[in-house]
Structure formats: structure tokens, C-alpha cells
Design a protein around this ligand. Structure first.
Ligand SMILES: Nc1ncnc2c1ncn2[C@@H]1O[C@H](COP(=O)(O)OP(=O)(O)OP(=O)(O)O)[C@@H](O)[C@H]1O
Ligand SMILES: [Mg+2]
Length: 376
């Protein structure tokens, strides 16, 4: 509480303002911005009345910063709860300020004597705006943070649910699938001329791939050291290219390879297979959208202690705004995509102390994977 000598001018003005209190509030209420659905006019008028009271009190030397702060925080919270633009609030406050100052000027008191009083009123309003806007921003930021936290949590929950779902899904489907695949190869051996077996086999392989994809989403952190072995990237990619061969010929896709035969890594074979399959299947999808020559290039080179695998394709490039999120789970631009392919790739590569990045420009989309090379 700040205490100063109360002058007669102040007392006179206080009487004048009190006498005109309701009139000032009526004028203010008529002109303020009010949102009919969200706002309560009575509440806003009530706040205006408290503010006027604080200003009058300050003229009586009952200047209480805490009171002003309290009102500012209360209003900031109300504005924030009703989601009202802070600009509108500031407009209403300044409108109140102008009305009071207009009345002060009409009080009949000499202008020189009024100047310090007007300064005091302005100071009150400036302080009020400062506290209210600061609090409003603080509350708004908190709200945004909470929302972001909620989004992150539900995103994590979705991943966890997907993990649990895929775990049971994988168990339920994998065993019968493996046995069907086994019987198909027996059939092939016993009846080599039986038609359609190759088609059935390749469809089952695709199904197996999909199921394994889910397995990698759910058990991404559970693979142990015992699954690791020395892998020749050349042989692994050779196998994958053979597996995908029907897709290359179907789409008339030209595939160029330049692979260093000495490129070896130490890792989980199934996992790395999944990575290359995902990237190559994405490349096939991308070039299949094209009408011109469809090309996929695979280059593998050794650079000091790293194996660098570069897989590129021509075709429509990835939009700039999408480039940063393609590795996020569930991001897909495809009708039947799940958007977990690249997410799985990134997890596997990073778990193997490698990096994966994508550059998509000038009609070429390139995925570059770097893995520690296995040194004999
Ligand atoms: N080679 C590429 N060329 C153009 N866009 C690509 C390429 N690879 C990935 N993308 C973009 O990244 C998105 C995410 O790929 P990701 O493999 O994670 O999921 P998806 O292929 O859509 O679905 P799925 O889970 O079946 O793999 C794709 O939908 C596509 O928009
Ligand atoms: Mg994919």
C-alpha cells in the first residue's frame, strides 16, 4: 500500500467519478467487443467496475498493486478460458481508459492540476495491461504445452497399442503361414508341373513380409545380440532383388546396381532385409506412378569404416513439407499404405549405430544409409 498526501483536487475528482460511475460503465459496455456465445456481459461489466474502483482508490492514495494484479490475473484467466483474442481484451481496456480520462477532463478541474492525476490513471492501466497480457500469454503457452503433451502421449499410446496388436497378430498368423509355405514347397517337389504354385508362393512371401513388418514395429527394441551375424550387403541385396524381380519386370523398371562386394556389416539379417525391402518397395511404388522411363539405382561403397548404401529412384519427388515427416510413424500418402515402413527402417538403422537420410530433388529421390562396416 503506497500512501501519499490526498489533495482536495483528488477528493473532488473522486466524488465526480463516483457520481458518473454507472454512466461511464454504460458507455463502455455499449462500445466494448463482446462475443455473444462465449462472453458474459455482466462478468465483463463487473470487471470494468472493479477496475474503475481500483483507479478511484488510487486517487485516494489507496494504491494497491496486489489488487490490480489480482484483477489482471482473474481477467486473463477468464479471457483464456473463453478463448478470446487478447487483442480484443486490450481494446476493451483502452476503451475504458479513454472514457475515464474523457470524464476526468470534463470534471471542471483545471487542466494543470489534472495532469498528474491523468498520469496516475495511465500508469494504473499500463500496469493492468502488462499483468493481464503477461498472465494471458503464460496461460496460453501452458495450454499449448499441455495440448502438445497430450498429442505426444496419445501418439505413444497408439504406438504401444499397435505394438501389442501386432505382437498377438504376428503370433496368430505366422505359424500357420510358415506351415502353409512349407507344404507348398513340398507340393512343388512332389508335383513340379502343378500350376499356380509359384504365384501362391510369391503371394505368401508378400504376406509374410507384411507380418514381419509388424513384428519389427512391436519388437523393435527386443532383438538381442544373438541374432547378429556378419552380412555381405552384396549377397543380401542380391537376394532381395531376386525376390522383387517380378515387380521390376511388371513395372518395366530398369534396375542398375554398383555394389562393392567387400561391403560387410554386423547385424540382424532379417532386420536389414526389412530395411532394404521397405526402401525398394517404396521406390517401386514411386516409379510406378510415372509414365516415362522408370529407374532404380543401387550403389554400395566402402568409405573408411563405413558402408554407404545409396538407393535412388526417379519419379515424383517428395514434397518439401513432407520431407521432414516421412520417417514418422503413420505418415503415408498412399491409399493402402500404413506409413510404418520408413519408421521401421529408421529404428533398425539407428539401433545398428547407423544413419538414414532422404534427399528428394530434381526428379530423384535418394535414400542414403550409413552403417559401421564389419572389419575382418
Ligand atoms: N522413394 C520414394 N519416392 C517418393 N516418396 C516416397 C518414397 N519413399 C517414401 N516416400 C513417401 O514417404 C511415405 C512414407 O513411407 P513409408 O514407407 O513409411 O510408408 P508407406 O510406404 O506409405 O506405407 P507402408 O507402411 O506400406 O510402407 C510414403 O507414403 C511416400 O509418400
Ligand atoms: Mg513403404
Amino acid at each position: 500500500m503506497v500512501s501519499t498526501q490526498i489533495s482536495n483536487v483528488n477528493i473532488e475528482l473522486v466524488y465526480f467519478l463516483r457520481a458518473n460511475e454507472q454512466e461511464m460503465l454504460d458507455i463502455w459496455q455499449e462500445q466494448i467487443i463482446v462475443h455473444k456465445e462465449e462472453d458474459s456481459v455482466e462478468l465483463i461489466r463487473g470487471n470494468g467496475q472493479i477496475m474503475l474502483q481500483i483507479v478511484i482508490n488510487s486517487l485516494m492514495s489507496k494504491l494497491s498493486e496486489n489488487e490490480l494484479k489480482g484483477l489482471a490475473y482473474k481477467v486473463a484467466k477468464e479471457r483464456n478460458d473463453t478463448n478470446i483474442n487478447i487483442g480484443e481484451f486490450v481494446y476493451n481496456v483502452n476503451l475504458g481508459r479513454s472514457i475515464i480520462i474523457k470524464y476526468v477532463n470534463q470534471s471542471g478541474i483545471e487542466i494543470e492540476k489534472l495532469q498528474p492525476i491523468i498520469d496516475l490513471i495511465n500508469q494504473q492501466f499500463d500496469l493492468f495491461c502488462y499483468y493481464a497480457v503477461s498472465k494471458y500469454t503464460e496461460l496460453k503457452d501452458k495450454k499449448i504445452q499441455e495440448k502438445n503433451l497430450f498429442i505426444t502421449r496419445s501418439h505413444k499410446n497408439r504406438l504401444e497399442i499397435l505394438g501389442q496388436m501386432s505382437s498377438s497378430f504376428v503370433h496368430e498368423f505366422r505359424n500357420p503361414l510358415t506351415s502353409i509355405m512349407g507344404f507348398i514347397s513340398l507340393l512343388k517337389k512332389d508335383h513340379p508341373s502343378l500350376p499356380y504354385l509359384d504365384i501362391i508362393s510369391s503371394e505368401l512371401e508378400q504376406l509374410n513380409f507384411r507380418i514381419t513388418q509388424f513384428l519389427h514395429t512391436s519388437k523393435i527394441k527386443q532383438v538381442t545380440e544373438s541374432n547378429k551375424e556378419v552380412i555381405s550387403i552384396n549377397l543380401l541385396l542380391g537376394e532381395i532383388i531376386e525376390f522383387l524381380y517380378p515387380s521390376f519386370t511388371d513395372g518395366c523398371i530398369h534396375i542398375n546396381t554398383d555394389i562393392d562386394e567387400d561391403a560387410m556389416v554386423y547385424g540382424d539379417r532379417d532386420e536389414l532385409k526389412q530395411v532394404f525391402l521397405n526402401i525398394l518397395m517404396n521406390a517401386i511404388d514411386a516409379v510406378n506412378e510415372e509414365v516415362g522411363t522408370r529407374k532404380i539405382n543401387i550403389e554400395v561403397k566402402l568409405d573408411n569404416d563405413q558402408v554407404i548404401i545409396i538407393i535412388s529412384n526417379n519419379g515424383q519427388t517428395i514434397k518439401k513439407e513432407d520431407a521432414t515427416i516421412i520417417f514418422e510413424p503413420f505418415f503415408t500418402t498412399k491409399k493402402l499404405g500404413t506409413g510404418i515402413g520408413l519408421f521401421v527402417c529408421k529404428n533398425i538403422i539407428e539401433k545398428n549405430n547407423g544413419t538414414i537420410q532422404c534427399i528428394s530433388q530434381d526428379e530423384l529421390t535418394t535414400f542414403e544409409i550409413k552403417l559401421p562396416s564389419y572389419q575382418i
